[in-house]
Design a protein around this ligand. Structure first.
Ligand code: RIB
Ligand code: CA
Length: 317
């Protein structure tokens, strides 16, 4: 008799964004996860769009267990982007019915309340800029010890940035928040671009997607179709990197990722390097180790997990 595993409690922080939305679609139907809350943050799209996209996605997917939903703070200033891979609405023109869930609460409030209600049980899966996580930590100095752990999609150590030459988009959007969270005494894991980019999905994936008769299949086909076109037209790439989806798999299947412990910090003041993840690799390390860094993965196995996650979502919707 296989052991009955208790689903892992998780708060997913998103700036939907196609890869955020794909990860969310998988997570909401993964029996290994208990998605306690999903919280929106501005990033790929402005805060209000992020909140609207999140509300529409959750309402449309109608998962077996409805998570609490947090609204993105709109007092943030996001950097200008020369281009977006996510389309003007952030979801590749998906055009889901708009819903405004009543009693909308701020993401940081929802995150805070869930952490208080489930002390040391929750993993925060941070798939966007770290604004919300930083604000929760700043709200109550004691909250850090109530966080189980944090898995962060963000940073780049060896690869070129995707926002600037030195920084990934999530850290570049809010470098101070990134520095605050990376520096906090909380168990944390970083999935940098050089590792998530190893999970490059080719055009053949489109033929392996669930059919459009399921709700999950319908939105996956629509969003990923846009993602492939955008990668080809904007980046000249014959495949897509779904960084946030790789982060979800790093949470559900950590055995597929190689990790090392690092002493890391984030640049906040550099004209050219704001948001840069800096790791102390000196022969005699001076900084205190404060994070695990995922330095590699079994890309083929991760891709298999992604396809299984798509199928699982389609089977229920
Ligand atoms: O750099 C990775 C991040 O940039 C992901 O969260 C993705 O959503 C994009 O915005
Ligand atoms: Ca994201």
């Amino acid at each position: 008799m296989p052991p009955i595993l208790t689903p892992r409690k998780v708060i997913i922080d998103v700036d939907p964004g196609i890869d955020d939305a794909v990860a969310l679609t998988m997570a909401l139907f993964d029996p290994r996860l208990d998605v306690v809350a999903v919280t929106a943050v501005g990033g790929n799209v402005p805060p209000q769009q992020a909140t609207a996209n999140l509300q529409s996605l959750v309402a449309y997917l109608d998962p077996p267990r409805l998570p609490r939903i947090g609204g993105a703070a709109d007092d943030v200033v996001l950097p200008e982007r020369p281009y977006s891979m996510h389309g003007s609405d952030g979801l590749g023109g998906l055009e889901l019915p708009r819903v405004a869930l009543h009693g909308g609460h701020a993401s940081e409030k929802v995150m805070y309340e869930c952490l208080k209600a489930h002390p040391r049980e929750i993993t925060i899966l941070a798939l966007g800029p770290l604004t919300n996580v930083s604000r929760v930590l700043a709200r109550d100095p004691g909250i850090a010890e109530l966080i189980g752990d944090i898995l962060i999609c963000g940073g780049t150590v060896h690869a070129a940035g995707n926002a600037t030459p030195a920084a990934d988009f999530n850290f570049f959007c809010d470098p101070r928040a990134a520095r605050h969270v990376v520096g906090e005494p909380v168990t944390k894991t970083l999935l940098p671009l050089e590792t998530s980019a190893q999970v490059m999905l080719g055009f053949g994936l489109l033929d392996e997607l669930p059919d459009a008769f399921s709700r999950a299949g319908k939105i996956l086909r629509s969003m990923l179709g846009h993602a492939f076109r955008a990668h080809r037209q904007i980046l000249g790439s014959e495949g897509v990197c779904l960084h946030d989806v790789a982060a979800l798999v790093a949470l559900t299947n950590p055995e597929l990722f190689e990790r090392t412990t690092v002493a890391a910090d984030v640049e906040t003041a550099g004209d050219l390097t704001a948001g840069m993840l800096v790791v102390d690799r000196r022969q005699i390390r001076q900084w205190r180790p404060n994070a695990d860094l995922l330095v590699g993965c079994d890309a083929a196995a991760v891709q298999d997990c992604i396809l299984r996650g798509f199928a699982a979502a389609a089977a229920v919707t």
